[in-house]
Design a protein around this ligand. Structure first.
Ligand code: FES
Length: 596
């Protein structure tokens, strides 16, 4: 039996594998069928009907996203009937959508607005229900703002929160005309299990879910001559920012981004990758310490596997879902927060500025970082360690507002000190990157030799599979690490919280014997974070990932422990990794949270 199906679309023949949808078959012919509730990351809902096409011989219009092809099918994607039906669907959606587009944060990047423009919806045949309805705007979260007046009930956010993230903070409430997207008990999203990952924002086609933006606060700080504004940029921003400014996905824009930040008026342009390297020193040392405590001393206070702690969406998920396992999580703060604590201590001293006058801004691919910066424990410098967190998208807005021609900017370099990084710091931006960076350093500390992988590229932890595993046998240990001789270090890497849950459930039930687990809350890791350019699709994530590895290969230093500025920091300020001052500034603790 053939696995190929033959059909015609708009009179053109096409052969596709069985199971292909009409939408996918049309894409192969270069025909774009509009979609709204459909997203490649999510299961098919088929509820918006914007993608309707005509099936010749059938009396019904069918949803292209939800209809598999069959032999001999004849499809029309642009008949009069199709165009009129689509136009009606768009008009109906607009009738219950607050179409005050000029005042919408997503103005200019809204899928409904694009469709209204393409179909030239210039007058309204349906009653405007948006004006007469009572809507809720939930602005309590430091990360995410939910505006029900702009919701078109496509449920992409619910499917994202449920399927992709296994969080379930958002749900469909009520039926029919009263149907709305709500949280459990209709509480503000800041009071439920929401991890602030922002994947709902990335997947929302309109402005119903957006980031809480802090652009004006940052402009005000820059304009204040008494303030010294320090900015740090996360690894994944440099491979995403270009997309918001007219460049193609996967273009590396590190040098231009630095130049743009200087022209915006930041006083010091520094790199989160520096503290990514520092995290490896701290986390790697912590892992070795735990291995000794558990394997040699059998000390029950210490737990394996140790999980990473640099993804704040993952941290909050862990606090809600596994509150009885918090001692498995590394005590390391994320690179953002390590940077914040050092900016107002070590860096302030270095440049001779009163920390009171330092404003610390971070540019992150992540909305959960906004919540993280607001955690009450993140004040170890004696001040709020990170004052404002902007997403990649917010930085792009500032660059546009300042009238900077991004493509014409020269390539510039980060300021020193806290501006230098290794390739290992860069790969923090992708799933598997923290694990790879940690193994490059930990293996060398223990054995005195480089990890046994070509070009330091630990390929088993790379790629976009949801869960990856790697084993490394440790042989030829230095005398002080003899207890690790012959140990096979077992590692797991998970991205998305649904995959993280699978791994942690295995650990909880005693069915997995990993030593070290890396988790990133977002698909692909930070490169697919909730603060990255919209759209973010599987193809775009792939290109961003490739760019991250290219950036790693382009750097002269590719192991965190070889970063000279990190070495200087320990020598002049911190002392030993995982030592007293490190514990005070760079480590933290977690809180048990309720699950509604
Ligand atoms: Fe196909 Fe919504 S995109 S039904």
């Amino acid at each position: 039996m053939s696995n190929t199906v033959n059909l015609t679309i708009n009179g053109f023949d096409v052969s596709v594998p069985k199971g292909t949808t009409v939408l996918e078959a049309a894409e192969l012919l270069g025909i774009k069928i509009p979609v709204l509730c459909f997203h490649k990351d999510l299961c098919i809902a088929g509820n918006c009907r914007v993608c309707v096409v005509e099936q010749v011989g059938s009396k019904k219009l069918v949803a292209a996203c939800a209809t598999p092809v069959h032999e001999g099918m004849e499809i029309l994607t642009n008949s009069l009937l199709v165009r009129n039906s689509r136009k009606h669907m768009i008009e109906l959606l607009l009738s219950e959508h607050n179409a005050d587009c000029t005042k919408c944060y997503r103005n200019g990047n809204c899928e409904l607005q694009d469709l209204a423009s393409e179909y030239k919806i210039t007058n309204q045949d349906f009653i405007d229900l948006a004006v007469s309805r009572a809507y809720t705007i939930d602005a309590f979260s430091p990360s995410i703002l939910k505006d029900d007046s702009r919701c078109i009930r496509c449920q992409r956010c619910v499917r994202t929160c449920d399927e992709l993230q296994s969080v379930g903070a958002l749900a469909v409430a009520h039926k029919g005309d009263h149907m709305k997207i709500s949280t459990f008990f209709n509480k503000p999203i800041s009071e439920v299990v929401c991890t602030n990952c922002g994947q709902c924002v990335i997947h929302c086609p309109t402005g119903a879910l957006i980031e809480r933006n802090y652009i004006e606060e940052v402009w005000t700080a820059i304009a204040d001559p008494t303030k010294h504004v320090v900015v740090q940029t996360a690894p994944a921003v440099r491979i995403g920012l270009g997309e918001e400014l007219g460049l193609s996905p996967g273009e590396r824009v590190t040098g231009k981004m630095i130049a743009a930040l200087r022209r915006l008026g930041f006083n010091s342009v520094l790199d989160t990758d520096f503290t990514a390297d520092l995290t490896i020193l701290e986390e790697g040392t912590e892992l070795l310490h735990r291995l000794e405590k558990v394997l040699v001393e059998k000390d029950e206070k210490y737990k394996l596997p140790m999980t990473t702690s640099c993804s704040p969406g993952w941290v909050k998920f862990f606090e809600h879902i596994y509150p009885d396992m918090l001692d498995h999580m590394s005590t390391c703060k994320s690179p953002q927060q390590m940077f914040g604590a050092l900016a107002k201590t070590y860096y302030a001293k270095k440049i001779g500025v009163d920390p009171e006058n330092i404003v610390s801004v971070s540019i992150m691919p992540c909305t959960a970082k906004k919540f993280e910066a607001n955690r009450p424990e993140m004040r170890d410098s004696g001040y709020k360690d990170v004052d404002y967190v902007l997403t990649t998208r917010e930085l792009a807005i500032m660059i546009k507002q300042a009238g900077i021609e991004f493509a014409d900017l020269p390539e510039e370099k980060y300021d020193s000190i806290m501006g230098k990084s290794s390739g290992a710091g860069v790969i923090f931006g992708t799933t598997g990157g923290v694990m790879e960076a940690a193994l490059r350093t930990a293996y060398e500390i223990v054995t005195g030799r480089e990890v046994p992988f070509e070009n330091l590229n630990i390929t088993p932890v790379r790629g976009l599979e949801g869960v990856k595993e790697a084993k490394i046998k440790i042989e030829g240990c230095k005398p002080e690490w003899k207890f690790l001789e012959g140990v096979e270090l077992k590692c797991a890497v998970a991205h998305t919280l649904a995959n993280a849950r699978k791994v942690m459930d295995l650990v909880k039930s005693g069915k997995a014997d990993y030593h070290f687990i890396e988790v990133m809350a977002c698909p692909g890791g930070c490169l697919g974070g909730g603060g990255q350019p919209i759209p973010t699709t599987p193809e775009i994530r792939q290109k961003r990932m490739q760019a991250i590895y290219e950036e790693d290969m382009s750097l002269p230093i590719r192991k965190s422990h070889e970063n000279p500025e990190v070495q200087q920091l320990y020598k002049e300020f911190l002392g030993e990794p995982y030592g007293h001052l490190s514990h005070k500034l760079l480590h933290t603790e977690y809180v048990e949270r309720q699950r509604y």
